[in-house]
Design a protein around this ligand. Structure first.
Ligand code: ATP
Ligand code: MG
Length: 291
């Protein structure tokens, strides 16, 4: 009996805390009212079904609070797994995969197929109305072939954002696979960060959130920098402190800012409620680069 009373008291305390938290979120919800938030979900950040469900819940919550989330996803690990399964040999240049017509076929199959639909379903399972697209739909992301000899890798040159705004106006949550349409009918493989940055720029987004598998951009000592300037990014890239997959991320952040995006945040997509923490609390999360 006493144990039961204690349990019900604890539940009451939890409920009071939840109500207070919701109330405290009000100014943040108001600040972001109607704003377009582009979110890049990295391949590593979607590693577990739990993480995916938590992400999807955050997205539906944002939508419910009258924000306009637009998801762009990666999927490097899933592409590698499928290339291996199909025994398609991969050529690398400076550690980067060369996109042959054969690999792009697999990239499109995996990104536009499995990965895209997994995210769409996760959002729909939480009560949202997600629609999957790729950069090829309605020529959303028109690309030239990128320099660097990596084959069919696309460098975005034009964003036809109309299909996204139409969906947002209709109350849908767009989920976009990072493929690009070439002027000669080619299909390009586009880095997920690069695609998200271009789309955020094309939409004049209020925020670009780059969800990844680290807490943020780390300095030489391994500490996460909560605020970053363009100068710091340049210096850290020069010195090699920013390397690998963090290079396209920080470069994307700078490009997005110069294309009119108000702020870019690089944050840990594996952490529970990462997006809500960033948008709806005083605390924030990850590393922010501002205009
Ligand atoms: N200064 C740095 N701070 C933080 N991470 C860094 C830094 N320099 C390099 N990295 C690396 O960048 C990685 C994040 O980029 P990565 O491309 O691996 O992930 P992603 O973009 O989220 O996923 P995907 O490419 O599959 O979509 C980190 O896991 C880390 O190893
Ligand atoms: Mg990456």
């Amino acid at each position: 009996m006493a144990a039961q009373m204690e349990k019900s008291q604890a539940m009451k305390r939890d409920s009071i805390a939840t109500a207070r938290m919701l109330s405290e979120a009000l100014p943040h919800i108001q600040r972001h009212d109607g704003s377009i938030i582009v979110i890049k979900l990295g391949g590593h950040a979607m590693s577990s079904p739990d993480a995916m469900a938590s992400f999807a819940r955050d997205i539906v919550m944002m939508h419910q609070c009258n924000l306009k989330p637009v998801i762009v996803h990666g999927g490097g690990p899933m592409i590698n797994a499928m290339l291996e399964k199909l025994e398609i040999p991969t050529e690398f240049k400076d550690g980067k995969r060369i996109s042959t017509p054969e690999t792009v076929e697999v990239v499109e199959m995996v990104l536009s197929g499995t990965v895209n639909k997994t995210i769409v379903q996760a959002i729909n399972d939480q009560g949202g109305r997600a629609v999957g697209l790729s950069g090829k739909d309605a020529k959303l992301l028109v690309c030239d072939q990128a320099e660097g000899g990596l084959g069919l890798v696309g460098a975005p040159k034009k964003v036809n954002a109309g299909v996204i705004t139409a969906m947002l106006d209709g109350g849908f949550i767009p989920v976009i696979a990072p493929l690009g349409a070439g002027e000669q009918g080619q299909t390009f493989n586009v880095n997920g960060d690069t695609a998200a940055g271009a789309i955020a720029g094309g939409l004049d987004a209020d925020r670009l959130l780059l969800l990844t598998d680290v807490a943020g951009v780390k300095d030489g000592e391994g500490d996460v920098l909560t605020n970053l300037s363009a100068e710091q990014v340049h210096a850290m890239t020069q010195s090699g402190v920013i390397s690998g997959g963090m290079i396209p991320k920080t470069q994307t952040a700078l490009d997005a800012i110069s294309n009119g995006v108000r702020a870019v945040v690089i944050l840990d997509g594996r952490a529970d409620n990462a997006c809500l923490l960033e948008l709806f609390t005083d605390h924030g999360a990850g590393s922010m680069i501002r205009a």
